[in-house]
Design a protein around this ligand. Structure first.
Ligand SMILES: NC(=O)c1ccc[n+]([C@@H]2O[C@H](COP(=O)([O-])OP(=O)(O)OC[C@H]3O[C@@H](n4cnc5c(N)ncnc54)[C@H](OP(=O)(O)O)[C@@H]3O)[C@@H](O)[C@H]2O)c1
Length: 362
């Protein structure tokens, strides 16, 4: 193996949000590489959320996982879990799907990262801090077809959209609060790492994450995988914009949860990332970017025995509504710098639906 920032012998890797949809796959990937993983969960005795993590030790994956309890709202919660670790992957999030006020979303992201940073500093051993940010910290209203890259920030506010993605609007709009929280938190952790000098902070910015669920609990209400399930159940879906349900048309820019997991580990291992590096995790090419009507047609093809597939309204094989062609973006930097290889859109959609069938969700 070529030179890496962290090695198995350097100590365990800690993962926050280890019970979550992305966190669970990060734990699995690290085990497959032979790492010891300190998996941070809120309640280790909650079987619904942790059974699949306990079971990983019996699968002969190579490494081993130990569960540590902690709460992102409590300072010092992760001192024990991070002690002696070579890297921390922070995939936990105190914000759920539309349960908090916009200001709580914004403040929570800072509070949790301050607590994670504090425990990293206590560890005296962590060399890389990988933060699960979001594409929301990158994207912002742009003309149709604009291709976003890691150089973009949601607060850029260009091209006639000035004023929307600003601090002033945080308390008014959840999407803006979430995006600004992730972007400003990224900047905060890069600064903290630079001042400390003992570790580097790197971010992963995923777009629409789908892929196989490990547990029923991963079918969180309003998650992208939840919407795929709605389509497979023959239902339409909509977005609550705070005032009304917006129609279900959108450009899906899909990345597989297993690729997102692998990118986190590669970002911890690779010598290429520097403090402040960020990696968009989205489609690897145009095949992973689909309007809802294209996605529902693909699901029909892949799950022909399911019957009715939901989605947007069609007339004579064409969508009745035009969809705004955004956000377009590709995970090219993660591929070139981290050496990430990705699943095809067909493999991802099949694995998502099959896991939902296996879990009796359909
Ligand atoms: N999924 C996507 O499409 C997507 C896209 C872009 C960015 N992201 C980001 O990726 C991260 C993970 O998302 P996900 O989809 O995996 O969400 P998820 O399945 O809801 O996982 C969230 C995790 O955070 C934990 N958590 C919640 N509140 C906590 C607290 N107070 N203390 C400690 N842990 C707490 C949850 O633990 P419990 O099991 O105890 O509830 C859970 O393990 C988030 O930061 C999210 O913003 C996700």
């Amino acid at each position: 193996m070529s030179e890496t920032k962290i090695k198995i012998e350097d100590g365990p890797v800690a993962v926050t949000g280890a019970s979550g949809y992305i966190g669970s796959r990060i734990v699995e990937d690290l085990l497959e590489q032979g790492y010891s993983v300190n998996a941070c969960v809120r309640d280790a005795s909650n079987a619904i959320k942790t059974e699949h993590l306990h079971e990983m030790n019996e699968k002969g994956l190579g490494g081993s996982v130990e569960l540590y309890e902690g709460d992102l709202f409590k300072k010092g919660s992760y001192d024990k879990a991070f002690f002696g670790c070579s890297a921390v992957i922070h995939a936990g999030a105190t914000v759920g799907f539309n349960r908090e006020t916009p200001q709580e979303v914004y403040d929570g992201c800072f509070t949790e990262n301050e607590h994670v940073l504090s425990s990293i500093k206590q560890s005296n051993s962590v060399k890389r801090f990988v933060f699960t940010s979001s594409f929301a910290a990158v994207g912002h209203p742009r003309p149709e077809g604009y291709i976003f890259s890691e150089k973009d920030w949601c607060g850029d506010n260009v091209d006639g959209y000035k004023g929307a993605w600003t601090e002033d609007n945080i308390a008014k709009n959840r999407d803006i609060a979430y995006a600004m929280a992730k972007a400003n938190t990224e900047k905060m952790i890069y600064k903290a790492a630079q001042e400390d000098g003992g570790f580097e902070a790197v971010s992963i910015n995923p777009l629409h994450v789908i892929g196989p669920l490990m547990s029923e609990n991963h079918n969180q209400f309003f998650s992208w995988q939840f919407f795929i399930l709605q389509l497979l159940k023959g239902k339409d879906f909509g977005f609550w914009d705070g005032k009304q349900i917006r129609p279900s048309t959108m450009l899906w820019n899909v990345v597989d949860v297993r690729d997102v997991a692998r990118a986190h580990r590669l970002a911890a291992e690779s010598l290429k990332p520097k403090n402040g590096s960020r990696y968009i995790l989205s489609a690897s090419d145009r095949s992973g970017e689909m309007f809802t009507w294209e996605l529902q047609a693909k699901l029909k093809e892949l799950f022909s025995d399911i019957g009715e597939i939901g989605g947007e309204q069609m007339l004579d094989g064409k969508p009745t509504n035009k969809t705004y062609d955004s956000p377009r973006s590709y995970c090219s930097l993660a591929k070139s710098e981290l050496g990430l290889s990705t699943y095809s859109i067909e493999e991802t959609l099949l694995a998502t639906g099959n896991s939902q069938i296996r879990l009796n969700l359909i």
